[in-house]
Design a protein around this ligand. Structure first.
Ligand code: SF4
Length: 368
């Protein structure tokens, strides 16, 4: 298949779904770890197209959503305090509510907070504003980090002194491990993210099969990709195999993008990280190496610890752990909507609550 329409063919999807129906019998819980999968699964009615004993559970795969309330409060307090700084951030972070405020509200109150579409945009702001300190507020998984690393290398090469990054990057496999270790979910396998795996390589999940007997299939984001990935996973379960398989072979390899990995490793080192709803996960984050301390906002400035409290009534923590579906949150669709989000899962298009709200849970099924 070469063209996008071919990955959305209804008849082909129905054909694979029929195979899934023919294969499956026992109750299985599969986690789609990635927010983009959650979005595609909701948009194309895949969840409701599956047999009722196959349950898709949405995981903590939206970078905006897993940023802890404490870390959001930290940057908001920093903006309130510092006068001569410009905070540059990606669009979704603007609307994420902290405990009492959001970056968007701070901007409305006159703080200099700007949306950038890439880390290089923050560097441009630094060059255009030599009298100010520019801080890139960067969240993201393994897909985003290489571009941030490349930006920091460029800033160092050009000797730009008024630029630094407050980075809260997170790594996907340790979160999968933490969910399995918690024992809170009875998971039978993972649908793994195509874009993250394009960087880290499918070998990164081998420990899940070897140590946890959790099969994984790396799938793309078109409806046929997701359905085919689920078919591969269900086939494994039916055949009692525990393997890592790649459905998204047109993009993903076992080794990943080694050039991007080298840039990432040159600039960042692994550290513990705090995830919303899950708490501290060992070795699940990235911080700048000491040799880049001049570009590390946490070393250049005082960014104090923030109160780590969810907005009142918000169940995002349990939604991110797959313990609740969005419609089980009492605020869903009533007080909390994409126009007026209470929690981060309703902000980003990758957020589970936003996907459920936008596409509903009763979409016509593909087999319709
Ligand atoms: S509906 Fe809103 S408040 Fe409830 S879990 Fe989702 S984002 Fe959080």
């Amino acid at each position: 298949m070469k063209y996008i329409d071919e990955f959305r063919q209804r008849e082909a999807a129905q054909g694979i779904l029929k195979k899934i129906y023919a294969l499956s019998g026992k109750k299985v819980n599969i986690m789609e770890i990635c927010g983009t999968h959650t979005h595609a699964i909701s948009k194309y009615g895949i969840r409701n197209s599956l047999p009722s004993h196959i349950r898709l559970i949405s995981g903590p795969g939206c970078p905006v959503c897993v940023t802890s309330a404490g870390d959001i409060n930290r940057i908001i307090e920093f903006c309130k305090r510092e006068k001569n700084t410009i905070v540059a951030t990606f669009g979704d972070m603007m609307r994420v509510p902290g405990t009492e405020s959001s970056l968007q509200e701070q901007k409305a109150m006159g703080k200099d907070i700007r949306v950038v579409y890439s880390p290089l945009g923050a560097l441009d702001i630094a060059l255009a504003n030599p009298g100010k300190e520019i801080i890139l507020y960067a969240v993201g998984f393994e897909t985003t980090v290489p571009t941030v690393a490349a930006t920091i290398l460029l800033a160092k090469e050009k000797g730009i002194q008024n630029f630094s990054a407050f980075t809260l990057h997170k790594l996907t496999p340790p979160a999968m491990k933490a969910l399995l270790d918690s024992g809170e979910l009875d998971l039978h396998g993972f649908l793994c993210p195509g874009h993250v795996t394009a960087i880290i390589g499918a070998n990164a999940y081998k420990f899940l099969a070897e140590e946890y007997q959790a099969p994984c299939v790396v799938a793309g984001f078109e409806p046929l990709d997701a359905i085919h990935g689920l078919y591969m996973l269900i086939k494994q379960l039916k055949e009692d195999r525990v393997e890592i398989e790649i459905q998204y072979k047109r993009v993903v390899t076992w080794e990943g993008n080694t050039r991007a990995q080298r840039i990432l490793e040159q600039v960042f080192e692994i550290c513990d990280s705090n995830w919303r709803g899950i708490g501290k996960i060992p070795m699940s984050g990235l911080r700048l190496k000491n040799e880049f301390a001049d570009f590390d906002a946490e070393k250049k400035f005082v960014i104090e610890a923030g109160i780590d409290e969810e907005p009142q009534g918000c169940a995002c923590g349990d939604v991110l752990k797959g313990l609740l579906t969005p419609n089980q949150c009492p605020l869903f669709g009533k007080i909390c909507t994409p126009e007026s989000p209470v929690g981060p899962c309703m902000v980003s298009f990758e957020g589970t609550c936003a996907a459920y709200y936008t596409y509903g849970i009763s979409q016509p099924i593909l087999t319709g």
